[in-house]
Design a binder for this molecule. Structure first.
Ligand code: 26V
Length: 820
């Protein structure tokens, strides 16, 4: 009892102040007179951390005692965002701590903003992993998130002269109070080298992997709190280090340089996150990263089984492993290697355990994002795994041969090895063969997987396939980022909606209440005013909170069609210039998002957006009616500011290309209406909120496929207005007379347009007119806004995780009692 006395972990305001001031002195080593805002942030973070650790220890005790079934979520990315505010929300002490801090004469929001967010992900896939571990902790599911502790996360984006430039993300510069190093659980991971045969003591012929190099994986643990419960699960991220034995031996031979090179090489493994989502590059280091964290994690799980005295034969009973896309799919071969080579288990038994352990989530339909590794590269990094994959493939194809008698073409299509031309290992195929369940992330996406990308696997094993529509955590994306709206909702319907988002339904009657609508509008306006101040500070431009805030924030990609949006903005500009007295609903178009550094077209789209923003801002003829803003460095923190202020959410991908989208859900919960295509989760959002509360446009996935099948010619969709827009760009109007600057973009659209921008342009334009008209009926718009929020319950990641638990993991919840 003494260990956890009130002084140390009490949640009262007084205990908090005391802890905060103690930490300033004993952790940061500063007097208030010398302390920086960052010192104050650190002192506060450590005070919160003490409260976390008590829950963490209690959770570990409960799980160990019960020997609980545990979900291991394998993901190369966890896009967590800042921890401090979220932990305070989940502990239920946000307001108290805010008061304590301001009573000490400090500005709480300034302290929150000191935290360099851990940006250990690119976009949707990494953020989904973060929402999922939040929901698993809230639902009291024993779970571990396993990934990589990148020293540099997603690059910091700066706009210089309208162009994206990248700077490294030094998020660990001031230390990280949320992680705890666990050196005693470090593991070795082998790489490269070759395999050889040998005879064991019983004279059996066996295979041994002689690695070319060895790295050590050191785990760093971050506690993940549940919302208002005692659960603190673990996010375990691996850092790569040099094995001591290695550099010492070189050092003793006097080769200091060699020792240093070995150390430097080892550490590059977890140095940097690859920033190219939806585009694979086939880099050795990337494969090494994937194998590194997967091997370390599986070894760690085997250690846990040893500690709990469970035999490895029960691995699949103890653990359910979810593969977040194919990035960790090498786990299928690695578990086989650990069981067959290291633990001398018969192949059949090992394979049975493996298939009962893994489930695979696919996150993209884009062919260029499906991971395939050139065979030679694969062999040079993982020679033993290549042999194991051949063996898995031989046995798999034997099964197919019997099922589909004489169908040679099907064998080639299903094989784990692509043999057309240069040979590749197909990671999606490895994931499918080694998993008991395969899912997509929205209804349409899961259907398209069955009909298209994974069709042959579906025909082979229809029972393996299912859908798990994505969701987002309402704790971060409502309670934390939109406190005004959350307070109003809680005042109206109580606060249990944060744990059971379906309860938002109770808001529906309030849509008919004029006084409530008035307050709803005032809150949106206040959020817009805050956001305008932020834009002023960042971009130096004034935006009018009375204008319609129309937002597209997400990675920049042609399939997401930011260019469709900006072409329409140019069309509006052209209309205003041609008819200065036109009746026009003032709008602010807000863009944000990063382009992969080598994705030239995406960078050109950013440049075009900024160029249009510039011209529009300087043109007095459209002043106060049209504004364009490109928000630099869109990330979790900036997202938390923008979603609450948005009124229109742009979800305009070419139908059939966006697997789900999750930003669309964050907007809708926060009362923004959507203009969108029949793509990804848009379809389900529209289904939930009602067609009358959603602005739909564009071709359906089926029509897109038909149009392409017939041979799509963009010029057939050219209208007079579109012609004006393209001419204006090509005339150099937005590029100070440079007629070449945007040629790659306009020529691409005129002659190829793979994402059917022209085909959807008129429909989009027309739909935007309807948006403007609807916005003018203030009460009608507010009603629609309330209904969007009220009907967004389905899109809580708690619902998603309940479905994973019931249908895939069979993992019961384990409540935690706080040890005192
Ligand atoms: C691919 C690669 C290739 C190698 C370099 C690093 C890297 C990183 C990510 C990816 C694939 C990204 C796939 C992805 O983010 N998909 C998104 O997943 C979201 C969550 O399911 C979903 O909402 C989005 O629609 C989907 O685009």
């Amino acid at each position: 009892t003494e260990l956890y006395d009130d002084e140390r972990t009490a949640l009262t305001k007084e205990a908090f102040k005391r802890a905060f001031l103690d930490n300033l002195l004993y952790v940061q080593g500063k007097f208030p007179a010398l302390a920086s805002q960052n010192d104050y942030y650190q002192a506060l973070a450590y005070a919160v951390r003490d409260r976390l650790l008590q829950r963490w220890i209690s959770t570990a005790a409960a799980y160990t005692k019960q020997g609980s079934r545990t979900v291991a979520y394998f993901s190369a990315e966890f896009l967590m965002g800042p921890h401090l505010g979220n932990n305070l929300i989940n502990l239920g002490i946000y307001e108290q701590v805010r008061e304590a801090i301001s009573e000490l004469g400090l500005d709480f929001d300034t302290l929150l903003r000191q935290e360099d967010e851990p940006g250990l992900g690119n976009g949707g896939l990494g953020r989904l992993a973060a929402c999922f571990i939040d929901s698993m902790a809230t639902l009291e599911i024993p779970s571990l998130g396993y990934g990589i502790r990148y020293e540099f996360g997603i690059f910091h984006q700066e706009i210089v002269d309208g162009w994206q430039t990248e700077r490294t993300d030094k998020w660990l510069r001031f230390g990280n109070p949320w992680e705890i190093l666990r050196p005693e659980w470090a593991v070795e991971v082998k790489l490269g080298g070759h395999t050889e045969q040998y005879r064991d003591e019983q004279e059996r012929l066996r295979i041994r992997w002689v690695p070319g190099k060895v790295v050590v994986g050191v785990p760093y643990d971050t506690p993940i709190l549940g919302f208002r419960n005692n659960t603190a699960n673990t996010l375990r991220l691996w850092k790569a280090e040099a094995p001591e034995s290695f550099d010492f031996s070189t050092f003793n031979r006097g080769d200091y340089g060699g020792a240093v090179r070995q150390k430097v090489w080892s550490e590059t493994l977890s140095k940097v996150l690859y920033p190219n989502d939806e585009q694979i590059q086939g880099k050795t280091l990337r494969l090494e990263q994937q194998y590194f964290f997967v091997s370390a994690s599986l070894q760690d799980m085997m250690r846990i089984m040893r500690v709990q005295k469970l035999p490895l034969e029960r691995f699949h009973e103890k653990f359910a492993v979810q593969l977040n896309d194919t990035h960790p799919a090498i786990a299928v071969a690695e578990l086989m290697r650990l069981l067959v080579d290291d633990h001398v288990m018969p192949w059949e038994q090992a394979w049975d355990i493996t298939c009962k352990t893994f489930a695979y989530t696919n996150h993209t339909l884009l062919p260029e994002a499906l991971e395939c590794w050139p065979l030679e590269l694969f062999k040079s990094v993982l020679p033993r795994h290549l042999d194991l994959i051949y063996e898995i493939n031989v046995r798999f194809l034997d099964e197919v041969r019997i099922r589909f008698y004489g169908d040679e073409a099907r064998l080639a299509r299903l094989s784990l090895i692509d043999e057309h031309g240069e040979r590749y290992v197909r990671m999606a195929h490895l994931a499918c063969v080694g998993s008991h369940t395969i899912n997509g992330v929205a209804e349409l996406h899961s259907e398209l997987l069955k009909q298209d990308v994974l069709r042959d696997f579906y025909e082979l094993w229809p029972h393996k396939f299912g859908n798990k529509t994505n969701g987002v955590t309402p704790r971060r994306w409502m309670a934390l980022s939109n406190p005004r709206l959350s307070d109003l909702i809680s005042e109206a319907i109580g606060d249990s909606w944060l744990k059971n988002l379906d309860e938002l339904q109770k808001l529906e009657p309030f849509a008919q209440d004029a006084a409530f609508r008035q307050r709803w509008r005032e809150i949106k306006l206040a959020n817009k005013v805050d956001f305008a101040a932020f834009v002023k500070e960042r971009n130096g431009i004034n935006i009018d909170p009375a204008s319609l805030f129309d937002v597209q924030v997400k990675r920049i990609h042609e399939y997401k069609r930011q260019h469709l949006n900006i072409l329409h903005v140019i069309a509006l500009y052209h209309r205003l210039r041609s008819d200065p007295n036109a009746d026009f609903q003032p709008r602010t178009f807000i863009f944000g998002g990063k382009a992969a550094p080598a994705y030239h077209m995406a960078k050109l789209i950013i440049k075009l957006i900024n160029s249009v923003a510039d011209v529009v801002d300087r043109d007095p003829a459209v002043k106060d009616r049209l504004k364009v803003v490109f928000l630099q460095n869109f990330n979790v923190s900036n997202g938390q500011r923008v979603y609450p202020a948005a009124e229109l959410s742009e979800q305009i991908s070419t139908a059939g290309k966006e697997a789900s989208g999750t930003g669309n859900m964050k907007f809708s919960m926060n009362g923004a209406l959507t203009i969108g295509t029949m793509d990804g989760a848009n379809i389900e959002i529209r289904q939930e909120v009602g067609a009358e509360n959603f602005f739909l446009f564009g071709l359906t996935a089926e029509q897109v496929a038909q149009t392409k099948g017939r041979g799509y010619r963009p010029l057939e969709h050219m209208t007079a207005e579109l012609q004006e827009v393209i001419s204006l760009i090509n005339s150099g109007f937005f590029s100070r007379g440079d007629v070449q600057m945007f040629r790659a973009l306009t020529d691409g659209l005129l002659w190829h347009d793979p994402y059917l921008v022209f085909a959807d342009f008129e429909s989009y334009s027309e739909c935007q007119l309807q948006v403007s008209q609807a916005y003018r009926d203030v009460d009608h718009w507010t009603r629609m806004s309330i209904l969007n929020s009220a009907r967004s319950g389905k899109f809580s990641s708690d619902r998603t995780i309940r479905e994973y638990c019931a249908d895939i993991w069979r993992a019961p919840s384990v409540p935690v009692r706080l040890l005192s």
